[in-house]
Ligand binder design. Structure first.
Ligand code: NZQ
Ligand code: ZN
Length: 392
């Protein structure tokens, strides 16, 4: 077991009608002017935005708004937000949406609190020293940005998708009403659940011994998501299933399932390049590469895959044939992905990769052949290429 620090400072307000408290909650932030940041059309269409504006007005909170954040949020929108916040002297950002909106809000916050070009923070040239406070009203259970220290932004110049992790960007609060996720298209619900699973799997597949308590929490979380997403595929308005998945999304990425172990994160790195180049839904992109990654690396620690097969996927153990059990677990996970209409190859994701594109993906993912990814098994540029080929 590794030493660890656990820091989850976000105040969570969870349950039906929780968004009605927004005026009071923001009032307690002692801010002067709020930027309400949102995505394309869903929050307008559902009436959520109007409710939020109304609540801010009632609480006599001054605000401006900026919509139009797209999935795989763009740097150009972040610049727009930074300029607006500077002009309007905004000192608090309220993100209304999912991971993309929250991440865009965090990036705007970095852009205000740091002197540099905000992209320098995402390209790791500058370490941020602050971030404007951000709060979230979550409308999709997926990325976990509402409690994580991460944000991921896509630079249209070169289509690079890059992340930044720092404690400054943890949301001050997250309002989570599972009912707000009723309107999600099936694909986004499934893609979100995949991302939630992957946030725990990236931490679970560790080469060293983890903590028993972390393993049990992780296995319980994964089984809960798998069980409830099946319910949601049939009945998207099942409140309890929405609530289970929504809370799992936050717990999966606030680091609770990583205490005492070292995460791998290869699939996320491999997917971020796919998201940057082909604008695919993040969770679906993860499903498309996971099985290939797993088959490429499982021999580094077969026991871990056996534990996953037995404790998460319900495969019967065979003490004399651990490799078979490990492979059965990978197959079972892929069948599950198929059962919720998630892809298990890049082709199924809708992208037909050429050899040149594979070279490009691996070149970008290895930061021009200067880094390896992964902890379960370290992967260099050649390994990345092989996994993209297996997954295509
Ligand atoms: O723009 P609108 O119209 O709102 O549509 C969105 C979008 O098209 C729609 N949607 C959201 N809530 C809805 C809804 N549609 C109907 N009803 C609702 N209630 O769903 C689509 C996807 O939204 P998005 O915010 O992109 O989803 P998600 O939460 O999956 O975020 C994905 C982004 O987060 C990043 C991903 O890489 C990707 O860019 N990640 C962020 C992380 C973090 N900050 O900790 C960690 C993750 O690993 C991930 O990398
Ligand atoms: Zn993710």
């Amino acid at each position: 077991m590794k030493n660890f620090e656990f820091y989850a400072p976000t105040r969570v307000i969870f349950g039906k009608d929780s968004e009605k408290q927004i005026g009071t909650i923001i009032k307690n932030q002692n801010c002067k002017k709020v930027l309400v940041h949102f995505g394309g059309s869903s929050a307008k269409k559902s009436g959520l935005l109007d409710k939020i504006f109304e609540s801010l007005k009632e609480a006599e909170i001054d605000y401006v708004s900026l919509g139009g954040v797209v999935p795989n949020p763009r740097l150009s929108k972040v610049y727009e937000g930074i300029n607006l916040c500077k002009k309007e002297k905004v000192d608090f950002i309220l993100a209304v949406g999912g991971g993309s909106v929250i991440d865009s809000a965090k990036a705007i916050g970095y852009g205000i609190a740091n002197e540099c070009d905000v992209w320098d923070i995402y390209s790791k040239k500058v370490i941020p020293t602050g971030c404007l406070p951000v709060g979230a009203v979550l409308t999709i259970a997926a990325a976990g940005s509402e409690m994580s220290n991460s944000s991921v932004i896509t630079n249209e110049e070169g289509w690079l998708k890059r992340g930044c992790n720092s404690e400054y960007a943890r949301c001050k609060f997250a309002i989570m009403n599972p009912e707000l996720t009723y309107t999600l298209p099936k694909y986004q619900t499934a893609s979100g659940a995949t991302d939630i699973l992957m946030h725990t799997m990236e931490r679970y597949f560790t080469k060293e011994q983890s903590m028993e308590i972390t393993d049990r929490i992780s296995e319980g979380l994964m089984r809960t998501v798998i069980h409830n997403i099946k319910i949601l595929m049939k009945n998207p308005k099942d409140y309890n299933a929405r609530a289970e998945v929504m809370w799992a999304g936050s717990l999966s990425h606030n680091d609770l399932t990583g205490c005492g172990s070292v995460g791998d994160w290869s699939c996320h790195q491999l997917e971020h390049e796919l998201g940057g180049m082909f604008d695919v839904a993040h969770g679906a992109g993860l499903a498309a590469v996971w099985g290939s990654w797993a088959r490429y690396v499982y021999k580094s620690n077969i026991s871990r895959f056996v534990q996953f097969s037995v404790n998460v996927m319900g495969i019967t153990n065979d003490f004399y044939n651990p490799e078979k059990v490990a492979l059965e677990g990978i197959e079972a996970m892929e069948s599950f992905y198929h059962s919720i209409d998630m892809p298990i190859s890049i082709k199924e994701l809708g992208v037909n990769l050429t050899d040149d594109q594979i070279d490009d993906l691996a070149y970008k993912c290895s930061f021009k052949d200067t880094r390896t990814i992964g902890e379960f098994q370290k992967l260099n540029m050649e390994d990345m290429k092989k996994i993209y080929i297996m997954a295509r």
